[in-house]
Ligand binder design. Structure first.
Ligand code: NAD
Ligand code: MG
Length: 395
């Protein structure tokens, strides 16, 4: 029997998807690609399909799917093209799939990620937004269906590596006192506050240490990314918000740390390259070559640490407040952020308007928490409408 693992990559054309294919290509004996998906980039998904020959390719966009099918058939490929959200759920739960890389950006990842969890897959979770929206529902789906969750977000992967084993969610009993969640501080860490209203989308997506998709790059600049990651860490590791200390560490060499009651602090270090957590998640509990250059410790002349400033990063404060308020607020936070970031990238609003839009939407969000999928999706939709209204009122 083959021991090669079948893999679906949701969001194959994105930064994480491309890095995943890079790692997988180094280990043709260990992994084979069963399915790839993308939103609407036909050309890129075509190239990827011709390279790895998956059984299925899914495009969210119907017209794009037709174009892809025509071009693949013309090239003599046997890859079957499907379209839409249910097709994403299908490729996340096929019996021949062992591992699902969850690397769609934003709320669009929620349903396919849940499908993977319900089908008992190993979920390699890059898409933090789905966990922010549905933390309890998602973790229950993992545990109730014998699925596995391996964090791909570099900080959470570092925490996972620094946590006691087995990973059974009872860390408090095993001496864990605190999580130190590191953040680069983004491109505007030392820019004069008075000039933040003028930053352009191009400046905001130019991250100092990591090459990432546009949305997460803007989230890093506002530090909403860290806010989402605080919530993500609470669900993944079953800790309270107060047990998480965000630490600005501009060099991005330490990817996060875990403090223990005996005074130990365990950290994971490495060059900032997502292929390390991807390779870790794919091979766990083994270690495989990821193509990442070894960290030269003598090159790391020094490591700096700073406390985050909520005046500079109001989105971080909003994320803490939303998490304390409950699940409906975190769904609203995520939805409003997605709408506001898109509007900023479209040059409809200023960088400093992003937290204003989110705050307005949070004021209107239902209180409390619901773990029913329909309620989560309804809250997501109504918060997107509220965010659109807030945008109009800004202009
Ligand atoms: P990206 O923008 O580069 O890629 C996003 C992928 O999702 C693309 O393949 C795109 O086609 C697909 N997609 C977008 N909208 C879709 C939709 N509506 N339906 C179906 N597919 C859709 O993003 P990325 O940087 O690769 O990030 C992906 C996820 O991983 C995000 O949730 C991000 O927060 C998380 N993440 C990324 C990094 C990183 O270094 N890039 C690090 C940690 C976590
Ligand atoms: Mg991260």
């Amino acid at each position: 029997m083959s021991t090669s693992k079948g893999l679906t990559i949701l969001g194959a054309t994105g930064t994480i998807g491309v890095n995943t294919l890079d790692v997988v290509a180094r280990h043709p004996d260990k992994f084979h690609v069963v399915a790839l998906s993308a939103n609407n980039n036909v050309e890129k998904l075509l190239t990827q399909c011709l390279e790895v020959g998956p059984s299925y390719a899914v495009m969210a966009d119907e017209t794009a799917a037709q174009q892809l099918q025509e071009q693949l058939s013309r090239a003599g490929s046997a890859t079957k093209v499907l379209a839409g959200s249910t097709a994403l759920e299908k490729i996340a739960s096929l019996p021949e799939v062992d591992y699902v890389m969850a690397a769609i950006v934003g709320a669009a990842g929620l349903l396919p990620n849940l499908a993977a969890a319900k089908a008992g897959k190993r979920v390699l979770l890059a898409n933090k937004e789905s966990l922010v929206m549905s933390g309890k529902l998602f973790m229950d789906a993992i545990h109730d269906n014998g699925a596995e969750i391996l964090p791909i977000d570099s900080e959470h992967n570092a925490i996972y590596q620094s946590m006691p084993v087995p990973h059974d969610g009872k860390h408090l009993n095993q001496g864990v006192t605190r999580i130190l969640l590191t953040a680069s501080g983004g491109p505007f860490r030392s820019r004069a506050l008075s000039t933040l209203a003028d930053v352009t989308p191009a400046e905001a997506v130019a991250h100092p240490n990591w090459v990432m998709g546009q949305k997460i790059s803007v989230d890093s600049a506002t530090m909403m990314n860290k806010g989402l990651e605080v919530i993500e860490a609470c669900w993944l590791f079953d800790v309270e918000t107060d047990q998480i200390q965000v630490v600005i560490h501009p060099q991005s060499m330490i990817h996060s740390m875990v403090s223990y009651n005996d005074g130990s602090v365990l950290a994971q270090l490495g060059n900032p390259d997502m292929r390390t957590p991807i390779a870790y998640g794919l091979a766990y509990p083994e270690r495989i070559d990821s193509g990442v250059e070894q960290l030269d410790i003598f090159d790391v002349a020094h490591l700096d640490f700073e406390r985050p400033d909520f005046d500079r990063y109001p989105c971080l404060r909003l994320a803490y407040e939303a998490h304390r308020a409950g699940g409906n607020a975190t769904v609203a936070l995520n939805a409003a952020n997605e709408v506001a970031v898109e509007a900023f990238l479209d040059q409809q609003i200023r960088f400093t308007d992003i937290p204003l839009v989110i705050e307005k939407v949070l004021e209107q969000a239902a209180s409390g928490t619901s773990d029913r999928l329909n309620d989560i999706l309804a809250q997501d939709l109504s918060s997107r409408h509220a965010a659109q209204d807030a945008l109009k009122r800004l202009n």
